[in-house]
Write a protein that binds this ligand. Structure first.
Ligand code: SF4
Length: 225
């Protein structure tokens, strides 16, 4: 049973991508399909804002330009390069992942979300992000921003913080994917960008939102403004 009306999903996709092409930020991890670089960016972006990640991302990649170099490094050097970014478990996970992939997978980061989830420290969101952003797979992803957008647009009565609510949001994310992996790359980037720039947690800019014509929460925020 579909969770989203097909016509609404098509309108959403079209409006979202059109908006993204005009308003997307030019970010370094959007200019590459290197799975290692995508992985580094995704781990850094967990719990840290884009503006703060930019410097660290470039510096980290200068010291550890590829998976093999990171795998060979001693952990104190990795933590030192991460210093200032906080949440050091992310650096430890990335280092463990580099060693694991080097020793068990000939240094090749897997393409499929199910295989990515077998790696140390990789959850459902990061698996979807690497599959989509590095390999252009037709894979869904739901992080905090995406969950908020999907809930507001398609399922405003769904509780965001319950397992059942999240499961349904993943089902929505999968149902509204475009047909091809290449189009999915843009769609997923656009969803995340909309959550970051327009449909923010505290002050959604509904008046400037490209999907307001089909958003079930538009009136709620317009009335509150
Ligand atoms: S109309 Fe408002 S609530 Fe709906 S997606 Fe856009 S910014 Fe978010």
């Amino acid at each position: 049973m579909p969770v989203v009306d097909g016509a609404a999903a098509a309108t959403f996709r079209r409006a979202l991508v059109r908006w993204y092409r005009r308003h997307a930020r030019d970010l370094p991890w959007r200019r590459t399909r290197d799975p290692y670089r995508i992985l580094v960016s995704e781990l850094m972006l967990q719990q840290t804002q884009v503006s703060r990640v930019l410097d660290f991302y470039h510096r980290f990649l200068e010291r550890f330009p590829d998976l093999a170099t990171l795998a060979k490094a001693r952990q104190p050097r990795v933590l030192e390069a991460w210093s200032g970014l906080g949440y050091y478990a992310r650096a430890r996970n990335l280092h463990a992942l580099a060693r694991h992939v080097t020793t068990t997978r000939d240094g090749v980061i897997p393409e499929e979300p199910a295989h990515l989830r077998e790696l140390p420290g990789i959850g459902a969101y990061t698996a979807g992000a690497v599959a989509s952003f590095a390999y252009e797979k037709r894979a869904a992803l739901v992080d905090t921003n995406v969950a908020r957008v999907l809930q507001r647009v398609f399922a405003p009565h769904l509780p965001l913080k319950t397992g059942a609510g999240l499961k349904r949001l993943w089902a929505i994310a999968e149902q509204i994917l475009p047909r091809t992996g290449k189009a999915t790359w843009t769609h997923n980037q656009a969803l995340m960008e909309l959550g970051a720039l327009v449909c923010s947690a505290r002050s959604p800019k509904c008046g400037h939102c490209p999907v307001r014509s089909i958003c079930a929460s538009r009136d709620r925020f317009t009335r509150a403004a």
